[in-house]
Design a protein around this ligand. Sequence first.
Ligand SMILES: NC(=O)C1=CN([C@@H]2O[C@H](COP(=O)(O)OP(=O)(O)OC[C@H]3O[C@@H](n4cnc5c(N)ncnc54)[C@H](O)[C@@H]3O)[C@@H](O)[C@H]2O)C=CC1
Ligand SMILES: O=C(CO)COP(=O)(O)O
Length: 340
Amino acid sequence: MSGGSKLAVLGAGSWGTTFAKILADAQPELSVELWGRRAEVVAQINRDHRNPNYLPGIDLPHNILASTDVESVLSGAALVVLAVPAQSLRPQLAAWREHLAPDAVVVSLMKGLELGTDARMSEVIAEGLGLPAERIVVVSGPNLAMEIARCEPTASVIACTDESVAHWVASLCTASYFRPYTNTDVVGVEIGGIVKNVIALAVGICEGREMGDNTKASVITRGLAETTRLALALGGESDTMAGLAGLGDLVATCSSPLSRNHSAGRLLGQGLSLDEVNARMTQTAEGIKSGRAVYDLAKKLGVEMPITEAVVAVLAGKLDVDELGPRLLSRELKSEGESA
Ligand SMILES: NC(=O)C1=CN([C@@H]2O[C@H](COP(=O)(O)OP(=O)(O)OC[C@H]3O[C@@H](n4cnc5c(N)ncnc54)[C@H](O)[C@@H]3O)[C@@H](O)[C@H]2O)C=CC1
Ligand SMILES: O=C(CO)COP(=O)(O)O
């Protein structure tokens, strides 16, 4: 863990910009350097202290300094926070690796699983940057960016195999409106964040078909059951799934119109094709691509994930949205506590 004080965030979308605001509000005496791909977004953040495409109406702290120059942003940064779409991470890391400070701690804000490898983002970071587990931290929880940007009180989980590193990161990002809890169950925290996006697609589809709250609560509850099965099969802990990064995030994402995954599901349920939904989305809905990777991983491990399976079939055009509800309820009868 570095004694240095420079903080860097790579990715100036909705969560990257919001997390930069958390750090800047929590550490007003430090600069938070925010890397963005697009010069106009960077210029607007520096000139107007706003990022209106992602966070309309939000004033950003003046100690956020944006740049398109990743080398200068990474130079000497003790903490490096990554917030780009999951499927774009690996190629980005190859370009960033040479500029990373030798003792930097890297934080993943991403909630996706890599297609093709079924790797979690912490695994992609370990491989792509050649870092040991104790220098990789995961942040997850019920963290809809826009609500946090409005300074509405929110709790989150900071996970690292080395608890002291998780504590260090938590101490850096504790703000009046942002309360982190630490955890050493990196696997459980990541799986909770990944799978809730797929379950939110399912809930959105049900909503788009004008199904009511019984259906949504049933999908959320059984969604948590299948998320927990996958997490346990990978070595995660059931306590984590009952906490902020499991149940907490699932409820927030499945309930909120701010959720991009929930919104994408609703559009699918209203009869739009996947291409039409993708064309309408201006921000990342990770579940659309990660769903397939979750399904592949579950199959490899022999874990039953019927809701994920049905969502993946809808996304692949193999199951009509009208069949999703009946499919979820037409399985072999069993007791609630059974493992599948
Ligand atoms: N927005 C939210 O409320 C939350 C998002 N997350 C997660 O954070 C991650 C990032 O999501 P958001 O910031 O919300 O997405 P976003 O869509 O708002 O922003 C993505 C950012 O990445 C950049 N980007 C897009 N494609 C890229 C590529 N190929 N290479 C490099 N950069 C690229 C975009 O220009 C943009 O700055 C996702 O994994 C998401 O699940 C997690 C918690 C909350
Ligand atoms: O992860 C999130 C809330 O915790 C954001 O969800 P969406 O990516 O669906 O907007």
